[in-house]
Design a protein. Structure first.
Length: 237
């Protein structure tokens, strides 16, 4: 009995020594993901933005391939690829990655990339995309889509017209991509098809004859405001 007890004690002792053996330590890969913590914001180097011309993309799958490749790099905050305009916009932290590495990564994905713009993120622009929405049958449908769009971070304005089955969305491309807008519409149960996307905005001048009262002017203003794509108007008497 004593012999068995001693043997058991030795086995336990060996295991305890094994648990105390040093384990190898590996340095973590530098990464600066979305949702930076307060401690990480002191890392040397501020956030920057670079825009690349990307040639060779023919569909949304191409854009998705470029986005995924770029987002795998350490230090990438966001990557937005516009297949219609052959551009990729990347928010990144220069402490971890540079423009040339991003450009080479895009080319490794099978496309020709050229840096065309580099700047800080304080200069934010507005993009406008028009979307065909199939499946809407009533004002409740259009209201559901409009509310879903307006709830997205980065959307500045969203208008859905039931009569034309179209939506126009003004959004900040530094925060949001048109692909995310399409996904949000699809999640409401309707089919979304991108019609166009581009910089905000065009201007047109109209001469209107026969306006004699303020009430007539208000009717015209309300009609213009209800049009998808008309975000601002001004009249001169």
């Amino acid at each position: 009995m004593a012999t068995k007890f001693l043997a058991l004690a030795c086995i336990r002792k060996e295991r305890s020594y094994g648990d105390l053996s040093p384990r190898p330590r590996y340095p973590s890969m530098p990464k600066y993901p979305r949702g930076v913590s307060a401690g990480e914001t002191n890392v040397e180097g501020s956030e920057a933005k670079a825009v690349f011309s990307v040639m060779g993309m023919t569909c949304s799958a191409c854009a998705g391939s470029v986005e995924k490749a770029v987002k795998r790099l350490p230090g990438i905050q966001e990557a937005i690829v516009d297949v219609l305009n052959n551009k990729a916009q990347v928010l990144f932290y220069p402490s971890f990655v540079n423009e040339e590495t991003i450009r080479e990564t895009i080319e490794d994905a099978g496309f020709e990339a050229t840096l065309i713009q580099e700047e800080g993120t304080s200069d934010r622009s507005t993009q406008v995309c028009r979307v065909r929405i199939n499946g809407m049958t009533c004002t409740s449908c259009s209201s559901t889509v409009e509310q879903a769009l307006q709830a997205i971070s980065g959307v500045q304005k969203a208008q859905v017209a039931l009569a034309t089955e179209e939506a126009e969305v003004h959004y900040d491309p530094n925060i949001l991509s048109y692909n995310q807008i399409l996904e949000a519409i699809n999640e409401t149960g309707f089919e979304a098809i991108l019609l166009s996307t581009g910089e905000d905005m065009g201007k047109i001048g109209l001469k209107i004859d026969g306006v004699r009262t303020q009430n007539s002017m208000r009717i015209i203003e309300n009609s213009l405001q209800a049009l998808p794509g008309c975000s601002k108007y001004r009249h001169r008497s």
